[in-house]
Design a protein around this ligand. Structure first.
Ligand SMILES: *Cc1c(COP(=O)(O)O)cnc(C)c1O
Length: 411
């Protein structure tokens, strides 16, 4: 490839996809890249020349996907990884070191929780839990060794919403970055940086993949944070696009080896093109369904921050607009009631994953959180009588009918 087109790939929002001008970015199913001279090769490997060298480090198809995300989000740095967990673990490993602490909540996605308390804690990184809906409690936990506040913008499956502006206000003077998992509301609908998020991590497996085709993750760096406040990243403060992204790209992600594959980047680039339309439809259906489910016999509570009576309604409206995502949770009488109900569904699929084109339903306590003890589940706010529903592209009528009929049969 010519130097020129390589530079374009790195620099501009919608680069010419490839040397043939393919309208859809091809899958560059290649591992290594050839150079005309030893000098060019040396320059590429040392970073003074913007060429691809090896597909664990960069790949044209993956970079195209990253550039498109960058164009949508106006971020300064975007890295695509091979799962949401890879995005979360790489981001945390870039920020943390022995002796530092991470402040977060117990209301976290199961593997994120396990990564923090089981995996990274073994490297002498302290995990401090607090109530993220209470900024005063957060302040109590922060000190000079805090390397990040890690939050999920809407927790899954507890459906708790944090006030990001309030959190960012307490973090800023203390020099601690706000790291947010925004998987539940995509960046086409929610501008994380405007609410004080410094680093966004996403499981692109969910909304972006769309059809449930592939695992993927994204780390999005908004270039807002002053890394001279970070004891660990201070030495890289002058690097581009930021100390955080420099450390991530030059070292952590290539050493861990969890870069996105070109096949996945291809599928997820396609997903990106339809994301705003799918999201608009799925979140609106979810909002309507949440209202209607409240009236059904047997449903004890519906948890969706877009409901006017919801505890987080105001902050959610401010951050995410009228329809905060396409996931809701609802409570029935007991675990047995949940199981009977799930077994009677005809349209909604019993499966994990979120934001597939098809509606998916799961009993989190017995599945995703099945490996935790009842006490841990209680602390994490995962209840035995609760069901999580991810709303797809079906009509609200057909989904409501399916739920209503299954509830009637499951009594
Ligand atoms: C699914 C999910 C993850 C993990 O993503 P994977 O792509 O499955 O690794 C992390 N956070 C949240 C909120 C999720 O829903």
């Amino acid at each position: 490839m010519e130097q020129n087109s390589q530079v374009k790939l790195l620099g501009v929002p919608f680069p010419k996809p490839d040397i043939y001008g393919s309208l859809s970015m091809p899958v560059y199913h290649t591992l290594a890249y050839e150079f005309s001279t030893a000098e060019e090769m040396a320059e590429a490997f040392t970073g003074s020349r913007a060429d691809h060298t090896y597909s664990r480090v960069t790949n044209p198809t993956v970079q195209h996907f990253e550039d498109r995300v960058k164009a949508i989000t106006n971020a300064t740095g975007v890295t695509a990884l091979n799962s949401g967990m890879a995005a979360i673990s790489n981001a945390i490993i870039t920020l943390a070191r022995s002796g530092s602490n991470i402040v977060t909540s117990r209301h976290l996605f199961g593997n994120s929780y396990s990564f923090l308390v089981n995996t990274i804690a073994e490297f002498d990184v302290e995990i401090r839990f607090c109530d993220l809906t209470d900024p005063d409690d957060v302040v109590q936990q922060l000190d000079e060794n805090s390397c990040a506040l890690f939050v999920e913008v809407i927790t899954n499956p507890q459906m708790e919403v944090v006030d990001l502006k309030a959190l960012s206000e307490v973090l800023r003077p203390r020099g601690v970055p706000l790291v947010a998992d925004t998987t539940i509301v995509p960046f086409t609908a929610f501008k994380a940086a405007e609410f004080g998020v410094d680093i966004e991590v996403i499981s692109s497996t969910k909304y972006i993949s769309g059809g449930g085709t592939s695992l993927g993750g994204l780390i999005i760096d908004y270039g807002r944070f002053n890394w001279s406040h970070s004891a660990k990243l201070k030495p890289f403060a002058g690097e581009s696009p930021s100390a955080f992204h420099y450390k991530l790209r030059k070292e952590v992600h290539r050493n861990i080896g969890a870069y996105m594959t070109p096949e996945v980047a291809y599928m997820q680039s396609l997903g990106l093109e339809t994301l705003p339309i799918r999201y608009e439809r799925q979140s609106a259906t979810c909002g309507q369904l949440a209202v209607r489910l409240q009236s059904l016999k047997g449903v004890e509570a519906v948890h969706y921050p877009g409901l006017e009576g919801n505890l987080y309604y105001a902050v959610s409206l401010d951050q995410f607009g009228e329809h905060p995502g396409a996931m809701l949770a609802f409570d029935l009488a007991s675990k047995e009631h949940c199981f009977r109900f799930l077994n009677k569904l005809k349209l909604i699929r019993r499966a994990t994953n979120l934001f597939d084109n098809q509606s998916l339903i799961i009993h989190p306590a017995s599945t995703i959180y099945g490996g935790f003890t009842p006490k841990q589940r209680e602390e994490m706010g995962v209840h035995d009588n609760s069901i999580r529903l991810s709303v797809g592209l079906e009509s609200v009528e057909s989904l409501f009918e399916d739920i209503k009929e299954a509830l009637d049969k499951a009594r």
